[in-house]
Design a protein around this ligand. Structure first.
Ligand code: NAP
Ligand code: G4F
Length: 352
């Protein structure tokens, strides 16, 4: 049980509107944090993943839709406009909020798209981290910093499974930008004595995953086939293997890293790997459809100029030092994702 007499901790999240940002917000609010989030302006509404929180606290729909900030400060979730490309807004917000913990989850996070917009990816995913760290250094506030590092940094990995000491051999502009951000974070820890953690997270998925990442795309596509709304799913490389975990469990690992005495770097993974084809087969099988291959059409546009053939993580350090272990495994993750998509289409799922 939480001690409600203690002063409320304040967290500042970039990427709060994303998959991980929204789960981390749920997690921190349940721990009685005051959560501040950076949102960027967009011409379409980009706060769907946080809407359940606003509905639960019955805040003014007007301020949420128009400005998104809790003008009357009645809830523990406060959104602020800003952008990882805009260092002055980051410094101003950090000085104003004085957060105890900063989680840098914001990024151009799509690997294939990073080949189309490499410069922008470097700007946000790489330099965005430097801007935040400089803001901390200049404002001199005492805070802890979490950097969302990625298994994509291992690229064509030289050893299997990958752990904290495995060399980085990135295979995409996104991977290169994350390697830059990782090393910058380590350098600021060593140079300025800041509390900084790199969470090197392997792929983690959920019903809140972006629709253009492969697991969500497949789960949504199969649910639509079940509903008679489409006949095929267009995919790229089915041979690539990934270590897929469940996002809500991974945000807990982020928080655990930030509660340690010292900042450090940790791999977070399930230690299991499966191909995109195996994931597709599993989802079709859960939907009761045989001959899954006849529903898949290969489209070359989904192939990447360079691909990572296989990733699998070794999270022994996280288990020993944080007491963190994944509970949701491949088959259950697939079920959670398919059932969420079926539910959205009004299809009732009864499983034994
Ligand atoms: P996501 O769903 O794609 O969310 C990315 C977030 O970054 C969104 O809130 C997005 O805002 C925000 N963002 C993008 N550009 C920005 C900018 N210029 N300024 C400020 N914010 C910006 O990603 P995720 O899956 O939650 O992942 C969270 C972090 O972990 C990312 O850094 C990702 O690279 C990293 N990571 C993810 C995985 C994974 O498997 N999910 C694994 C390892 C590492 P909008 O909502 O406005 O687009
Ligand atoms: O779902 P994906 O796009 O994820 P990817 O590239 O592994 O990146 C994700 O995980 C990283 C951690 O390792 C994060 F850092 C990153 O931010 C992101 O969250 O693709 C997974 C695999 C790839 O091998 C891809 O080539 O699926 C293959 N794939 C096959 N067909 C496809 C498709 N990927 C997508 N997105 N769309 C397809 O149609």
């Amino acid at each position: 049980m939480e001690n409600t007499n203690q002063a409320k901790k304040k967290a500042f999240l970039t990427g709060i509107t994303g998959q991980d940002g929204s789960y981390l917000t749920d997690f921190l609010l349940a721990k009685n944090y005051e959560v501040h989030g950076l949102v960027r302006h967009s011409s379409v509404f980009n706060r769907q993943r946080l809407e359940h929180i606003y509905q639960a606290t019955r805040r003014s729909a007007q301020s949420f839709l128009e400005y998104g900030t809790d003008i009357e400060q009645k809830s523990n979730l406060i959104l602020h406009y800003g952008d990882l490309s805009d260092g002055s807004s980051l410094a101003r917000l950090i000085a104003k909020i004085q957060p105890d913990e900063i989680y840098n989850l914001g990024a151009q996070s799509h690997v294939q798209i990073s080949f189309d917009i490499p410069e922008y990816t470097g700007e946000i995913t790489g330099l965005g981290t430097v801007r935040l760290l400089e803001a901390i250094r200049e404002t001199k506030i005492k805070t802890k910093f979490y950097q969302a590092s990625s298994s994509e940094m291992f690229g064509n990995a030289e050893e299997t499974p990958q752990k904290e000491t495995t060399a980085f051999r990135p295979r995409s502009p996104y991977g290169c930008a994350k390697v830059y951000a990782y090393h910058t974070a380590v350098n600021y820890r060593e140079a300025y004595g800041l509390f900084i953690c790199n969470g090197i997270l392997f792929n983690h998925e959920s019903p809140r995953r972006g629709e253009n990442f492969v697991t969500r795309k497949i789960a949504k596509g199969v649910a639509e086939i079940v509903a008679g709304k489409r006949d095929h799913i267009y995919l790229g490389n089915l041979e690539a293997k990934r270590d897929w975990g469940y996002a809500p469990e991974y945000v807990e690992a982020m928080w655990l890293m930030m509660q340690q005495e010292q900042g450090d770097d940790y791999v977070i993974a399930t230690g299991e790997t499966h191909s995109v084809g195996e994931f597709t087969e599993e989802i079709f099988s859960l939907a009761g459809i045989d001959n899954w291959e006849k529903y898949i059409k290969k489209n070359p546009i989904y192939y990447r100029p360079t691909e990572i053939n296989a990733l699998i993580g070794d999270a022994t350090k996280a288990k020993n030092k944080l007491g963190w272990e994944p509970k949701i495994r491949f088959k259950e993750l697939a079920r959670i994702m398919l059932d969420a998509e079926l539910k959205k289409l009004g299809i009732i799922v009864i499983r034994n």
